[in-house]
Design a protein around this ligand. Structure first.
Ligand code: FES
Length: 130
């Protein structure tokens, strides 16, 4: 069974194949809906789309195992990362790390993965506002 490791929280859990990162995080009481750079994390923990791929607040980086140990991006993820409405932040955040950025509620694991929750949005980097 796949292991999902959460690097920031330094915790890992073994889950059945096909489990989403959001479901794995919930087993460890980890909030994947962390807002923007931690701002809004408490609010987003409760105010989100509850796993339907609509709000974009559960953005994570799959730093190890992406591709070979995860499903391919879903239609909802492609929409979220490429169409900046109604929430522009997931689309902006995707600019820096297109390969490893996923929505925790849409990314299903097939093997061991390492996940970074709440990755920073660099609004002043070379891709935006610079
Ligand atoms: S919980 Fe809303 S997109 Fe994942």
């Amino acid at each position: 069974m796949p292991k999902v490791k959460f690097s920031k929280e330094n915790q890992e859990v073994t889950v059945p194949e096909g489990t989403t990162i959001r479901q794995a995080a919930k087993l460890l009481n980890i909030n994947t809906n962390q807002g923007v750079n931690g701002i809004g994390a408490t609010l987003n923990k409760y105010v989100n789309c509850h796993g339907f791929g609509q709000c974009g607040t559960c953005r994570v980086f799959v730093t190890e195992g992406h591709g070979e140990n995860t499903n391919t991006q879903t239609l909802w993820e492609k929409k979220c990362f490429n169409v900046p409405f109604p929430d522009p932040l997931p689309a902006l955040a995707y600019l820096d790390n297109p390969e490893e950025t996923r929505l925790a509620c849409q990314c299903k694991v097939k093997g061991d993965v390492t996940v970074e929750t709440g990755p920073e949005v660099n609004l002043f980097g070379e891709n935006f506002f610079s």
